[in-house]
Ligand binder design. Structure first.
Ligand SMILES: [Zn+2]
Length: 65
């Protein structure tokens, strides 16, 4: 008898899909750890994250060019 229900659908979604990039500012290194971007509808603000792999890729592309 499983009666477990998630009180917060957004938290459940986040647990499944993980952090989502901020759609409003896609190139600013911002992402939402609590679900998809809801900036356009007054949702929670994104957090700034550093992606080491992305930085490495950018550096590699820069040096190769
Ligand atoms: Zn956003």
């Amino acid at each position: 008898m499983t009666t477990t229900t998630t009180a917060d659908p957004a938290a459940e979604l986040s647990a499944v899909v993980g952090p989502q990039p901020c759609v409003a500012r896609p190139h600013s290194g911002l992402e939402h750890r609590d679900g998809p971007c809801r900036c356009f509808v007054g949702g929670p603000a994104p957090v700034h994250v550093l992606r080491p792999d992305a930085a490495a890729l950018a550096a590699a592309a820069h040096s190769a060019a």
